[in-house]
Design a protein around this ligand. Structure first.
Ligand code: GDP
Ligand code: ZN
Length: 358
């Protein structure tokens, strides 16, 4: 079994544990979370746990709750179950503030390096990259760029992209990889250090899961390969989870990049596609999706060869992504509402029945 230091435990956390008077409790790291149930792991094994009722009382925001990556103190029960007593102070936090509110959402904690993954065949924007950078740096984490799917472009194109990035973001490290032919993957592997935690950020479809699977050495995470199956769209990772590599490095998959608010504004997409936005003004319908409508000026320009095909399909892709994101926002609001209700109910039950374990 692993030592806690293999799971990322360090002097920082040990000191914090002593300082807040929790020296008697054992510690464990949160490796996944689902519906208020936390899978935690330490040198003695893996536990399914819930948080102590008192924590629910004391919590003032979601930020007070354990997140993937956290070190927590624990009371172990039978059957590999446990109660989380407290979240130890976080060394780093990747979070985002929802625009227009004070509500904060934690993406992951105690991360050493955040990989910002971009796929080179897309018309990505340096502005978007910049937003990732600021989220990552705000949390005290070092950003590193991975350009994936380099099998899809020429060496010249790749060099140009790397140069652009290095010009814009001085001193940033850039890895280029292809999951398809394993190019660059060993360099990435060699970069990873034992006991350090890495988190993968990036839009859906850029190849995060595929990359992590290559690092793990087996297909542990389902990727976006959809094929002809009937359950189209189900093969997307929906949970944040921590993986332990053979080399001792720790990685967190981050499926929900839309949660980072990167694709949030429709306008953001359009910024980089001025030409299309300009054409769209002449479409017959003001809500034209530029996919099938009659009188669509964008499709017309495409047909006439005035508009670059690649640019068009990137635009449609990004637009879809951005629409999908707004939908998720609605779903997330609903989820938060339910979470609020759950807290209220739980608190009420505690008042009524007193404190019984958890
Ligand atoms: P995620 O949403 O970021 O986790 O992306 P996935 O790992 O699910 O990958 C999305 C799609 O891109 C899948 O169909 C992968 O097979 C494909 N893909 C991933 N990496 C590469 C690559 O390096 N080259 C090519 N050509 N395709 C890739
Ligand atoms: Zn149109």
């Amino acid at each position: 079994m692993n030592k806690n230091s293999d799971l990322g435990y360090s002097e920082f956390f040990e000191k914090a544990r002593q300082e807040i008077g929790l020296g008697d409790f054992s510690v464990a790291r949160v490796v996944s979370e689902q519906k208020g149930l936390y899978k935690v792991r330490n040198e003695t094994g893996e536990y399914l746990s819930k948080i102590r009722g008192k924590q629910i009382f004391d919590a003032t925001s979601r930020e007070d709750y354990p997140a993937v990556g956290d070190w927590v103190t624990l009371t172990e029960l039978e059957n590999q179950e446990a109660v989380i007593e407290k979240v130890l102070p976080r060394k780093t936090v990747i979070k985002r503030k929802k625009s227009g509110s004070d509500e904060v959402q934690i993406i992951a904690t105690n991360i050493d390096v955040a990989f910002i993954v971009e796929s080179v065949n897309r018309d990505y924007s340096l502005n978007r990259l910049e937003r990732y950078f600021s989220i990552v740096r705000d949390g005290g984490v070092k950003p590193v760029v991975i350009l994936n799917k380099i099998d899809l472009i020429s060496k010249e194109e790749l060099d140009l992209k790397i140069e652009q990035i290095k010009n814009r973001f001085k001193e940033v490290e850039v890895f280029s990889t292809s999951v398809k032919n394993s190019q660059g993957v060993d360099d990435l592997k060699n970069f990873l250090e034992k006991g350090k935690t890495y988190c993968f950020l990036g839009s859906s479809g850029v190849g995060k899961s595929s990359l992590i699977n290559q690092l793990i050495g087996k297909d542990e995470i389902k990727t976006g390969d959809i094929g002809e199956s009937a359950d189209r769209g189900k093969h997307v990772t929906t949970n944040r989870e921590m993986y332990f590599l053979q080399s001792g490095a720790i990685v967190i998959d981050n499926p929900g990049i839309r949660e980072v608010g990167i694709a949030d504004a429709g306008t953001g997409v359009e910024d980089s596609f001025d030409e299309i936005v300009f054409l769209a003004k002449e479409c017959k319908y003001s809500d034209c999706s530029h996919v099938h409508e009659p009188g669509c000026r964008v499709l017309e320009a495409l047909k006439e060869g005035d508009l670059d095909e690649g640019k068009y399909s990137n635009y449609i892709d990004l637009k879809k992504e951005s629409e999908h994101y707004s939908m998720n926002q609605v779903q997330k609001r609903e989820k938060n509402r339910q979470f609020g209700k759950f807290m209220k109910k739980t608190k009420k039950e505690f008042k009524k029945y007193g404190h019984r374990g958890y």
